[in-house]
Ligand binder design. Sequence first.
Ligand SMILES: Nc1ncnc2c1ncn2[C@@H]1O[C@H](COP(=O)(O)OP(=O)(O)OP(=O)(O)O)[C@@H](O)[C@H]1O
Ligand SMILES: [Mg+2]
Length: 485
Amino acid sequence: MRLSWKINLGLMLAISTVLVFQAHQRLGREVALFENDVRRDHHVMGRALRNAVEDAMEDAGPAAAIDLVRRLDARDDGLRIRYVELDASDPALRPDAPRYLLDPVGLGAEVVHVDQAGDPGWLYTYVPIALPPEPETALELRESLASQQAYIRATQVRIAEWLVLMIAVSWAVVAVLIRWLVSGPIESLIAHARRVGRRDFASRAHVGSHDELGELGRELDQMAAALQAADQRLVTEQEAKSRAVDQLRHADRLMTVGQLAAGVAHELGTPLNVAQARAKMIASWDVDDEEDARGNARTIAEQCDRMTAIIRQLLDFARPRALEAGDEDLAAVARAAVGLVAPLARKRGVSLDVVSTSPVGARVDRGQLQQVLLNLLSNALHATPPDGMVHVVVDEVVACPPAGEEGRFARLCVRDTGAGIPPENLPHVFEPFFTTKDVGEGTGLGLSVSHGIVRDHGGWIEARSELGQGTTFEVYLPPASGERA
Ligand SMILES: Nc1ncnc2c1ncn2[C@@H]1O[C@H](COP(=O)(O)OP(=O)(O)OP(=O)(O)O)[C@@H](O)[C@H]1O
Ligand SMILES: [Mg+2]
């Protein structure tokens, strides 16, 4: 339940209790006053009648007095009047005489009595009167309580209406006050907190009051300003970190280029020798005819194209680029990388191949993934003795990421038959600068950079190794856009 509703309910309960109590008191007071008035009037009327009856008795005798009482009783004003005879010593002989009149206290006294037994009940007034020959006689005035009850009911309705009106007015006033003083500022603070949560640090609380909520608003404003400053610092630090990672990746790329250089130089040697020999033949005109010279020139041009392609591949790889993921065929990327390290493999006497039954689409940055593959291939070639084998297998599998749900992933495996990684080293191979190579041979950056690149693609790398048997690195990558499960 909302706080404003709770406060509203609590206040209304308290106010309603007070109002109901007040209404009850007021009703009690008014009814008591009214009943007192009615009794007093009845009593006064009884006395006045007694005087009139006594005067009639004095002037014209008991018969006239009795006649007067009968005439008064016959009037149609709801007031019944009669004589009652009292005899305290023998109440059984006077069954119509009210018992309380026979009570020694009431006997001979003026009594106003309410009889609630029936509905609506009766109001009795007894005024003692001496009516010879009966000395213990009283004049009884009897009146129905119907009009009195009607008045009390009307008073109850009036007070109930007043109560409802007061509760409604109180509720409206309390609701407006709570909205103005509590829920309005709180909603404004919640909206402000949400905006700050959405990184809108320029947002302000807009609570102008000088109470605790206003203070909270000002504190939130200060917190937003502090968060804005921290966020700015974070952005700056992230930019610096991202620049450092880019530089690291570029350094790793250049290192790979360096490692490839020997193989590339060897690869360039053959076409260079061919071109040189053919050029010399043309220069010394050691050709049969013009057609033969043209043939040699064409060979030179072909060899130059071959060398240009090799150098372009290397330059392409060395050039720094930002991550631009697109749908690529992993098998094609693997074949291109294998092409780059093929001279190195030949030089080491290691056989190298790509196994892929069908194209496997993945959403990757071709250049960056090539860097990963070259790092893995370079490690594999380094660890594999002559006559060993390095396979690159490309396929698609259902796998479960270290954090996330199971799904379809494109997979690249680089498997070698090399020396393997000792179990104690395996958990550390992805750590930056972890290397078992001699100084100058390796920096220990290859796998950590590759790990970062694959993670940036939304994938992950796993390593398995058996000493003396070989090592397998598995790279899992998100499938191409059209192939997502
Ligand atoms: N295929 C593999 N077979 C055996 N050991 C491996 C293999 N791949 C990696 N390693 C081990 O993991 C270590 C870390 O590899 P990583 O590629 O990060 O660095 P490096 O190859 O030593 O140096 P760099 O790649 O920076 O030239 C290697 O030194 C090696 O001990
Ligand atoms: Mg390496």
